[in-house]
Design a protein around this ligand. Structure first.
Ligand code: ATP
Length: 340
């Protein structure tokens, strides 16, 4: 449905997009995930038609809408945008807002009530925007985006202005609404939890380029680089040498996932691969930090040689405290990258 190839865009001396590529299949919810300033909003604005691209192409449903000599205006692309906040016309009712882009036949067909029900607000049509909470206003904004069945829905950090407590439900409900309506959508976010939990496809962006795109589990388990590994989650990166199918690391000999050339490598482990025990097999370590998160804790462990590794331990494992001596062993394979 959406195909972006070699997209470049600069604002004066600032390169915002530096050869971005992205493919999003029909019915997919893709998240573009990257740090502040990496070009996410610029990418979204180029797709919507608010910005002209310098080079590269954007195709929507097989039609080139931006490219050399081509710039379809926003209204000809029909892409719907859900901004961070403030999307609604304050003087129109909820139904008026949702039905705004619809012709009379579509309004009569019950589409407004249908999409309000999809976003969890059935019967809210007569309310005014100021009578809604921030979260409800964002639901209405999503309903309005979906109403005309656009080829593509773009969501620009749509939950960032909301309380953390509200975001979880809203993420689930919006994902469900997009799915139920068969929409194709691109969500821009710098929140890795949001991207991994909501999207079918996560495209990781850095310095104006998409550096990896794939299923959330693939991006998390098989990151293309140590940078991606760190950006999408907690990462333990250790120096190692390769000895056939294993890496020799400060945590012992670990089976390797994937091949690697060269003997000096950096291996990636995730904190949840660590088994922490008092006594038993494994490398000896001391607990130097303990961050409690409720259902689990992240503990920083210092090995005998000074190397520090992070382990995720569940509440059910024997409690450990700063200063304790423990043993740490690894389960599951390590992933090797060229030495950092
Ligand atoms: P954030 O998550 O902070 O919104 P982003 O990933 O969306 O960041 P963009 O807003 O796309 O990033 O910005 C990419 C780069 O382009 C940044 O260096 C930004 O300062 C610059 N930039 C964006 N818009 C303009 C503009 N209108 N004029 C000049 N520079 C701009």
């Amino acid at each position: 449905m959406l195909s972006i190839a070699g997209l470049r865009k600069a604002y004066g001396p600032v390169t915002a997009l530096d050869g971005a590529d992205l493919e999003v299949a029909t019915g997919t919810l893709a998240a573009v995930l990257g740090p502040s300033g990496c070009g996410k909003t610029t990418l979204l604005r180029c797709v919507a038609g608010f910005e002209r691209v310098h080079s590269g192409t954007i195709s929507l449903a097989g039609r080139t809408v931006a490219g050399p000599g081509t710039h379809a205006p926003p209204h000809r692309r029909g892409v719907a945008v859900v901004p961070q906040e403030g999307a609604l016309f304050p003087h129109l009712s909820v139904a008026g807002n949702v039905g705004y882009g619809l012709d009379r036949a579509a309004r009569r067909s019950g589409r407004v009530e249908e999409v309000l029900a999809l976003v969890g607000l059935p019967g809210y049509g007569d309310r005014m925007p100021h009578q809604l909470s921030g979260g409800q206003q964002q639901r209405v904004a999503v309903a309005r985006a979906l109403a005309p069945r656009p080829p593509l829905v773009l969501l620009d950090e749509p939950f960032s202005a909301l309380d953390a407590g509200l975001r979880g439900d809203l993420r689930r409900d919006v994902r469900q609404a997009l799915r139920a309506d068969g929409a194709t959508a691109v969500l821009v976010t710098h929140d890795q939890g949001e991207a991994l939990s909501m999207a079918d496809q996560v495209a990781v962006m850095r310095d104006g380029r998409i550096v990896q795109s794939g299923a959330p589990s693939a991006v998390y388990r098989e990151p293309a680089s140590p940078w991606v590994a760190r950006f999408v989650g907690e990462a333990v990166l250790l120096p190692a040498t390769v000895d056939g199918p294993v890496a020799v690391t400060p945590l012992g000999r670990l089976p390797l996932n994937g091949t690697s050339n060269g003997s000096a490598v950096t291996v990636l482990l995730r904190p949840e691969q660590m088994r922490v025990a008092t006594g038993g097999a494994g490398a000896t370590a001391r607990v130097v930090r303990h961050d409690f998160h409720g259902h689990d804790a992240l503990v920083l462990l210092q090995l005998g040689d000074g190397t520090e590794v992070t382990a995720r331990i569940l509440d059910s494992t024997p409690p450990v405290a700063v200063g304790d001596e423990v043993t740490v062993s690894v389960h599951g394979p390590a992933r090797a990258f060229p030495a950092l």
